[in-house]
Design a protein around this ligand. Structure first.
Ligand code: COI
Length: 370
C-alpha cells in the first residue's frame, strides 16, 4: 500500500523525551505529529503521486479557489493503541466512502478508497510513537481536501489537494463526559433539503458558530438543530448525531433521527445502532420532534438523550433549553444506556473486547519497535 506514496520522513525527528512530554496531557486537536500526507489532483492527469513528508505549513496562492468559494471537505477517524502495543483504526473505509460522497456533493474530485486507506496506514506507521496509550486517548486522523485552482471564476476547481494530518487526542470536551446543557436553535438552521447537510463540508461548520455562540449566551454548552422546513424535527447536536433511549415494557429502545439528507451519516451513529442491536435492544431511525422529546421525558418513557460522534464518542444531554422553557433528562445525569454503549465501543476500539463485525483494521502489529 505504501508504494502508492513516496516516503520523505523528517531528517530531524523530535527526541523521544520531548515527544513523551508533549503526550502527557492531551486535549483535542491541539498537538500534531511530525508528518503529513499530501496528494495532488489535476483534472487533466487525475491523482498525482502522493508523499508522506514533514508536517509543515501549506503555501497557497492568494487566488486559490478554496479561499474564495469554499470547496473544502474533511473527515475524522481514530487509531487506537492495542493491549499488545499494536495500532488499529476503526472503520476508516466508512470515512473514505463518506469523503467520496462529500466530494461528489461539492463537485470535487473523489479520492479512491485505497489511496485514502494507504495515506492513513503510511502516516500512522511513520508516526506510530505518537499514538497515545492511556484509556480514552487515541490518534485522531484528519483528512481534508481543498480546491487549489488559482483563479477567480466561479466554477469547480480543476485542481485539488488532499492532505492528511494526525493529532494525538484525549477528551473532546474539556469537562470529559459530563452531561451537557443544550439550546434548541430556532433562529438558525444547520441544513436544508437539497443543501450540504449530509456532507462533511467545512462551510456547515462555519455556519454553525453563530448559533453555538447564541447557545453559550443562553448559558448552554451546545446547540441542537431542528429541521429547516417544519422547524420541529430534531436533527443534530453541534457537529454530532443525537440519540434517545426509551424504556418500553422492560425493553430498551434506541431512537435516532432518520437520515433525511440533511443529517450527517455518522460512523459512530451507525456503529452504536449496531451495538444496540447486538445487546438485543430495538433500534429505530425515525423523525422525532422537540415536543415529543419533552413529553416523552416528562412521561418517563424517554430515559436518556445523548450525542455521538468520533471526536467525543458519547456526550450525555442533561438539560434542554429553548425560548419556551427547559427540562432535565435523567435528572441531568449520565444514564446506563449511554454508559453501556460508550464502554462497549471504547472496549472494542481499544482491543479489550471482541470485534464481531470486523470494524478494526490492523496498521501496526504489536511487535514493531517504536
Ligand atoms: C465528531 O464528532 O467527530 C465531529 O465530527 C466533530 C469534529 C468536527 C471535531
Amino acid at each position: 500500500m505504501t508504494s502508492l506514496l513516496d516516503l520523505h520522513p523528517t531528517p530531524t525527528p523530535i527526541a523521544s523525551a520531548e515527544r513523551d512530554a508533549r503526550l502527557q496531557s492531551l486535549g483535542f486537536g491541539q498537538l500534531f505529529t511530525e508528518h503529513m500526507v499530501v496528494i495532488p489532483y489535476e483534472e487533466e492527469f487525475g491523482w498525482g503521486r502522493g508523499a508522506l513528508q514533514p508536517y509543515a505549513p501549506l503555501s497557497l496562492d492568494p487566488a486559490t479557489s478554496v479561499l474564495h468559494y469554499g470547496q473544502a471537505i474533511f473527515e475524522g477517524f481514530k487509531a487506537y493503541r492495542q493491549p499488545d502495543g499494536g495500532i488499529k483504526t476503526f472503520r476508516a473505509e466508512r470515512n473514505a466512502e463518506r469523503f467520496r460522497a462529500s466530494a461528489r456533493r461539492l463537485a470535487m474530485a473523489e479520492l479512491p478508497t485505497d489511496l485514502f486507506m494507504a495515506s492513513a496506514d503510511a502516516l500512522i506507521r511513520q508516526d506510530r510513537a505518537w499514538v497515545p496509550s492511556k484509556p480514552g486517548e487515541s490518534l485522531y486522523l484528519r483528512p481534508f481536501m481543498i480546491g487549489t485552482d488559482a483563479q477567480l471564476g466561479v466554477r469547480p476547481s480543476k485542481k485539488y489537494l488532499y492532505v492528511l494530518i494526525a493529532s494525538p487526542s484525549g477528551n473532546y470536551f474539556p469537562s470529559g463526559v459530563k452531561p451537557v446543557t443544550v439550546w434548541i436553535s430556532e433562529e438558525y438552521v444547520r441544513a436544508a433539503p437539497g443543501g450540504t447537510g449530509a456532507a462533511k463540508f467545512a462551510g456547515n461548520y462555519a455556519a454553525s458558530h453563530l448559533a453555538q455562540a447564541n447557545a453559550r449566551a443562553e448559558g448552554c454548552d451546545q446547540v441542537v438543530w431542528i429541521d429547516a422546513v417544519h422547524r420541529k424535527y430534531i436533527e443534530e447536536m453541534g457537529g454530532m448525531n443525537i440519540m434517545f433511549a426509551y424504556q418500553e415494557g422492560g425493553r430498551t429502545v434506541l431512537v435516532t433521527p432518520e437520515l433525511t439528507g440533511t443529517l450527517l451519516p455518522g460512523v459512530t451513529r451507525e456503529s452504536l445502532l449496531q451495538l444496540g442491536r447486538d445487546f438485543g435492544w430495538d433500534t429505530i431511525e425515525r423523525k422525532i420532534t422537540v415536543d415529543e422529546w419533552e413529553a416523552d421525558v416528562r412521561a418517563g418513557r424517554m430515559t436518556e438523550a445523548f450525542a455521538c460522534g468520533t471526536a467525543a464518542v458519547i456526550t450525555p444531554i442533561g438539560r434542554v433549553k429553548s425560548r419556551h422553557g427547559e427540562f432535565a433528562v435523567n435528572n441531568g445525569e449520565t444514564g446506563p444506556v449511554a454508559t453501556k454503549l460508550r464502554k462497549a465501543l471504547l472496549d472494542l476500539q481499544h482491543g479489550h473486547a471482541p470485534d464481531p463485525h470486523g470494524w478494526m483494521h490492523a496498521v501496526v502489529d504489536g511487535h514493531t519497535a517504536l
